[in-house]
Design a protein around this ligand. Structure first.
Ligand code: BGC
Length: 891
């Protein structure tokens, strides 16, 4: 009897997705087996048009028996896929001894619209003569239609210039927030797919409605007082497909038959909040009984359909409800709700107050030194929600088209004669609804809090694009921040689709000469682009996606963009192999900066040249993966020259670095630009610089992510441990003592005396320094991938029980299934390791200081234990090759 089975079928990373536009979707499945060392030796995939039959007449693809271990992202190679069609698939596998699994359960995916010809919808906007197109109010749009026969299936495809919400017959369609999300709107605009069969029935009088606000498209964006960056007219684009049970179908689209009105949303802006007057509500406006005689006509707008792409990543959703932990009466008499957590989203309220009551909610991340409400660091962002009550019973409201970054909410306008009731307020946490994937925990409570803060920082800033911060007048896709955090991000959440989408935007916005805008989507304009370590996101992010998900397609898609960035760097320097010109953010916010400067002391040309080399080396690896042998040769040669250029410019002949900062030493070590005795010398110098600071860091955005990695890898793990466990300024744990529940932008966002870093640039929710999470997972817990077999096909376990902790454990839901790496020190000095490898993977456990003689695996001798492929000692390490399964190793 085989114990082999298949679970967790996904198509393009999603369970039963609808609305795909890739014509070669990819399938991933997981194997389940009770046996150690279970590998897949072959698979078969069948795809049918018919949910109930996999008869050959129904199949659009039968892969046949394919001899292959691949179980992740297997490409569909069947008949051409048709728009809007649903396809059903199932998978069967054979293990290494040739035993088959049963067929998996049946999963499906559904295609969306595939070409501009699939659209008959028009872009519509309220008629300018009747409604001010520049208005801050949200527009309401509606249309009544008839369903002629019994329905088999109804699907809406919708998008907008601006952000929208849909209603159908009085019910909200979907639970997605801020649709259509944010992309490089000039080139790419996502279309959402909603299955609405259950909201419609045979009969006349159905109404579809949309509410449309400015959003990223034309609202305030960036700190330069800019509006209308992508366009100055909002518009809706919608197509409803109804398939009847008799096989016929009908389409209802956005066109000039729709009507428009203003309504209760008087103002809505992402940064500034929303003003809602419940007295202006259009009661039942999306029901067909509603009379829209006084609504205005709409006009058809000429706007491209070529930019339309089907939704690529997970939507943003409300993922958690938070209750205030307390109500604070501040010294200056303000009533402030404390949600106990710096979060991103909006506040839902349930009110029963007299008509006309004007309640205002102001949102802040921190209270000031005196304990008063503080919004200085929001700069121009108002984060103010105003609600005017209609009275006469309970009213429920939360803003529709605006999000706030906050822990504290100041309530203004609560009637004096009514007891304040904090229970009526609920914080709704919003972010891209990525699946949680990893956990890290250890015996140090503050490090666990740090891990939580990192996760909250990610939740707050992964709202459709990776933003720098979620509160002030910025919230932009800063490339540098994304680049430094991506690897940590991929431990905490499944970010495959999130970054696939964002990288397409990066590519779309990249300049012709290869330059990369500072922020993606680009809203800063043609002059703001191409700082080293920021533009390198073009190379580092796709490579990381490949490492984590084994996703070759990302590399293929981004390949030209990666190459263009290298070409750009190559054209910049005074000589081809050195990048010593132009503007760079440098080691942004490094503590060795000159008084009043944001830029750390590490020479910018050193940073630029190091990243130039690093990106080139990653590009060579990408070229190897994609078998572009000419590029491998050309760029390997270029890489060698850059390393020579770096050596010539920055290293003395005896191997001393000409720049005396921590970050300057970190980069060449991390990127492998120095070898042998030079490497040792640089590592020693770095350690000395850290010790000189009384075991503290001075690094900024560029050096921080790598600092501990470099120390651990070069014989100074004890120092890395001290750094991470430091509790006074500057350190990761310092902010926790100051009450942080997210990661701060500055090491001293709140100074030891309680005062703030200036209002000018002081976010309390900035994930960049959260990049230490990668070190906690990969080094302390020892859960790492292997570039030779990416996507965790092969797992590298390199736990470090010498981390000054009693135990550490990490887990990760990889494409193959759950991985665990744990260790625990016993009172008698033994170390117990636990490793879990999902089927169809193998791993190497490298245990420092352990010996074969003193090790047992699941209670047996290491060499003979079930699932152990080999075990040997070398260089003071015990190396155990493991097949899939769970292992308890005692040393
Ligand atoms: C952002 C950063 C960004 C930086 C550029 C700031 O305003 O918040 O995180 O990387 O500018 O140096």
């Amino acid at each position: 009897m085989t114990t082999l089975s298949i679970s967790s079928l996904t198509c393009e990373y999603r369970v039963n997705p609808i609305g795909l536009d890739t014509t070669q979707p990819r399938f991933t499945w997981q194997l389940a087996s009770e046996n150690h060392y279970t590998m897949q030796s072959a698979y078969q995939i069948q795809v049918s048009r018919n949910e109930n039959s996999f008869e050959s007449s129904c199949l659009v693809w039968d892969s046949g028996h394919v001899q292959s271990e691949q179980s992740v992202l297997v490409v569909y190679e069947g008949q051409a896929l048709l728009p809007r069609n649903r396809y059903f698939y199932r998978v069967k596998v054979w293990n290494q001894t040739g035993s088959p699994s049963p067929w998996s359960e049946i999963a499906f995916w559904e295609m969306g619209q595939l070409s501009p010809d699939d659209w008959s919808a028009k872009w519509i906007t309220p008629h300018a003569a009747s409604m001010d197109p520049e208005a801050e109010e949200a527009f309401y749009l509606r249309k009544t239609f008839t369903v002629r026969k019994a329905i088999r299936k109804a699907t809406i495809y919708a998008t907008s210039l601006g952000i929208y919400e849909l209603e159908l017959n009085g019910a909200r369609v979907g639970d997605w927030e801020f649709t259509p999300g944010w992309t490089s709107y000039r080139h790419r605009l996502q279309v959402q797919t909603y299955e609405v069969t259950s909201l419609l029935q045979h009969g006349e009088n159905h109404t579809i409605g949309a509410v449309l606000a400015n959003g990223w498209y034309k609202g305030d964006l960036a700190w330069k007082n800019q509006r209308n960056i992508f366009g100055d007219v909002r518009a809706l684009f919608l197509q409803l497909h109804i398939e009847y049970t008799d096989g016929t179908s009908e389409i209802t689209v956005s066109d000039d038959s729709w009507r428009a009105s203003f309504g209760p949303v008087r103002m809505s802006e992402l940064y500034h909040g929303e003003t809602y007057d419940a007295n202006l509500e259009l009661s039942e406006w999306s029901m067909s009984t509603y009379q829209d005689d006084n609504w205005c006509p709409v006009t058809v707008l000429d706007h491209s359909k070529d930019i339309l792409v089907m939704q690529e990543n997970e939507p943003s959703r409300i993922t958690q409800h938070m209750k205030p932990i307390t109500v604070i009466e501040t010294p200056s008499g303000e009533t402030v709700l404390d949600f106990g957590q710096n979060m991103v989203g909006k506040v839902h309220m349930r009110l029963e107050l007299p008509v006309g009551t004007r309640l205002q909610l102001l949102h802040a991340e921190v209270l000031d030194q005196e304990g008063n409400f503080y919004i200085g660091n929001l700069r121009h962002a108002k984060q103010t929600v105003t609600y005017v009550c209609k009275g006469g019973g309970e009213e429920q409201y939360e803003p529709h088209f605006s999000f706030q970054g906050f822990r504290y909410v100041k309530v203004v306008g609560w009637p004096r004669d009514t007891a304040f009731d904090a229970e009526r307020f609920t914080g709704h946490v919003i972010h891209t609804d990525m699946a949680a994937s990893g956990t890290f925990e250890c015996s140090h409570p503050l490090l666990n809090k740090l891990q939580q803060n990192i996760v909250w920082g990610q939740r707050g800033n992964f709202l459709d694009v990776p933003t720098d911060c979620p509160q002030r007048d910025e919230r932009l896709g800063w490339t540098g921040d994304a680049q430094v955090f991506i690897r940590t991000a991929a431990f905490n959440y499944d970010v495959a689709l999130f970054f696939t989408k964002w990288l397409r935007d990066l590519k779309a916005d990249q300049h012709e000469n290869g330059g990369v805008p500072f922020v993606i989507p680009d809203v800063l304009g043609p002059n703001d682009h191409s700082s080293s370590a920021w533009g390198d996101a073009a190379v580092i992010c796709p490579w990381t996606m490949y490492q984590i998900y084994g996703d070759k397609r990302v590399l293929e898609e981004q390949y030209d963009s990666m190459k263009a960035w290298i070409t750009y760097m190559r054209s910049q320097g005074e000589n081809e192999y050195l990048w010593n010109t132009g503007f760079h953010f440098g080691d942004w916010l490094g503590l060795d900066a000159k008084e009043g400067s944001y830029v750390g002391a590490t020479p910018r040309d050193l940073i630029a040249t190091c990243f130039y080399a690093y990106s080139t080396s990653l590009f060579v690896k990408a070229a190897e993966v994609l078998e572009r042998s000419e590029d491998v040769a050309t760029y390997s040669e270029l890489y060698e020259r850059i390393v020579e250029g770096f050596t010539h410019e920055f290293l003395t002949p005896s191997g001393r670095l000409a720049a005396h900062t921590q970050t300057a030493h970190v980069l060449p070590l991390m990127f492998g630009l120095v070898k042998g005795s030079t490497r040792d010398r640089l590592a020693k110098m770095l350690a000395e610089y850290v010790v000189e600071q009384n075991n503290h860091l001075t690094t900024g955005f560029v050096g921080t992510p790598y600092l501990c990695h470099v120390l651990s890898e070069n014989g100074y793990h004890d120092l890395a441990v001290k750094l991470v466990q430091q509790e006074d300024y500057p350190s990761w744990l310092y902010s926790i003592h100051k009450g942080a529940t997210t990661i701060w932008e500055h090491w001293d966002g709140i100074k030891p005396d309680g005062s703030f870093w200036s209002d000018d640039m002081n976010s309390y929710n900035h994930y960049a320094y959260g990049s230490i999470g990668d070190w906690l997972y990969r080094v302390v817990a020892g859960l790492d991938s292997d570039d030779q077999q990416p996507g965790y096909k092969r797992i590298q376990f390199r736990p470090r029980p010498d981390s000054g902790l009693e135990y550490a454990k990490a887990s990760l839901h990889s494409s193959y299934g759950k991985i665990r790496s744990e260790w625990k020190k016993e009172a008698d000095g033994r170390v117990v390791y636990e490793f879990q490898l999902p089927p169809n993977t193998t791993g190497l456990a490298t245990l420092r200081g352990a010996t074969l003689a003193a090790a047992s695996v699941n209670g047996q001798a290491a060499q003979t234990a079930s699932g152990v492929l080999s075990a040997a000692e070398s260089d003071g390490e015990l190396r155990i090759e493991l097949g899939s399964g769970t292992y308890s190793i005692i040393c």
